[in-house]
Design a protein around this ligand. Sequence first.
Ligand code: F3S
Length: 65
Amino acid sequence: MKIKVNKDKCLGCATCCFLAPQTFAMGEDGKAQVKNPQGDDEEKILQAVQACPCLAIEIEEEQSL
Ligand code: F3S
């Protein structure tokens, strides 16, 4: 699973950092960034994705060919 924060959408509410603190961190620009894509359990990361009020966290499922 690949995750990224769309900084154009992120408002810096930090909910993601609260729910999955090993995965997301606030950057100096006041927006979230991914510090370790495998930092937390997938369940926590998905919670953070759903909890973001701006839908700024994007997930790309890795294709297994
Ligand atoms: Fe930004 Fe959403 Fe996190 S607004 S700080 S990506 S919860």
